[in-house]
Design a protein around this ligand. Structure first.
Ligand code: NI
Length: 257
């Protein structure tokens, strides 16, 4: 069975068939999903979503691109809801320097740090989103003693050398559809060198669909394609990859079955 550790099923691209899709998961080998919050306006919806479905867990936090209007009220709401057992992480939080229109690096850094403090307070791991910001991400995480918090670098996009730094901090690495892309040489190298017991499977759906569905709406039903690729790279069987990554996810999120 499979644990999709990072999904966005509240996205409007699932409005048409959300119910039907989710109900097909168990018979297709998808056992658990973590729904990840990205904007402050969605904090309550993600929480409510985890209450509607037994197999859906939640992560509460605000994506770097959505930090410009954040307030301490939002932090308090996250802390309050994080007491619930279905909320298993603070995320996604981090730095994204890709788009010029996004909040300034200063604003992003401030809220990355603040949300790490919240994670420490509520004793939950963090889901880190980091794009075009490797050095600042690593520096801030070191400053904040992130090894005491734990968590995952989701949709990992940096070098094998940088991966080593995050692994040394005790972090997991989130591997998704990109690993199946022909030109994803760097990411394949990361998977090859890293220990299997630090890999988490993720879709980041509706984004990041694996080959041969690249560009389509992604869903947890495509995770088997990611498993096959990882199994190939690491010389493991399909079931071994599914089992190890299930165990990794349960451990990181602190879920007792
Ligand atoms: Ni995401």
């Amino acid at each position: 069975m499979i644990f999709d550790t990072h999904a966005h099923y509240l996205d409007s691209r699932f409005d048409e068939d959300r119910e039907e899709l989710l109900s097909s998961f168990n018979s297709n080998g998808i056992k658990y999903v973590t729904e990840v919050c990205a904007a402050a306006d969605d904090i309550d919806s993600v929480y409510n979503f985890t209450k509607k479905y037994d197999f859906i867990y939640g992560a509460l936090g605000v994506h770097p691109s959505e930090t410009d209007k954040l307030t301490e009220n939002d932090m308090n709401r996250i802390k309050e809801l994080a007491m619930d057992e279905k909320i298993v992480a603070v995320g996604e939080i981090g730095l994204d320097y890709h788009f010029e229109d996004d909040p300034s690096p200063e604003v992003q850094k401030k809220w990355f740090i603040r949300q790490m403090e919240v994670a420490k307070e509520v004793k939950l791991p963090i889901i880190v989103h980091s794009r075009d910001a490797a050095k600042d991400t690593l520096d801030i995480m070191k400053d904040m003693n992130a090894h005491e918090i734990g968590g995952v670098i989701h949709c990992y996009s940096y070098s094998p050398e940088m991966a080593r730094e995050f692994l040394n901090m005790g972090f997991y690495i989130g591997i998704g559809g990109v690993v199946t892309f022909k030109n994803a040489k760097k990411l394949k190298e990361v998977v090859e060198m890293m220990p299997a017991d630090r890999i988490l499977l993720e879709t980041d759906c509706p984004y990041m669909a694996p080959t041969p569905h690249r560009g389509e709406r992604n869903s947890s039903l495509f995770i088997p394609l990611i498993i096959e690729e990882i199994a190939n790279i690491k010389g493991l069987s399909y079931d071994e990859v599914a089992d190890i990554t299930m165990k990794n996810a349960l451990t990181m999120y602190g879920i007792k079955e």
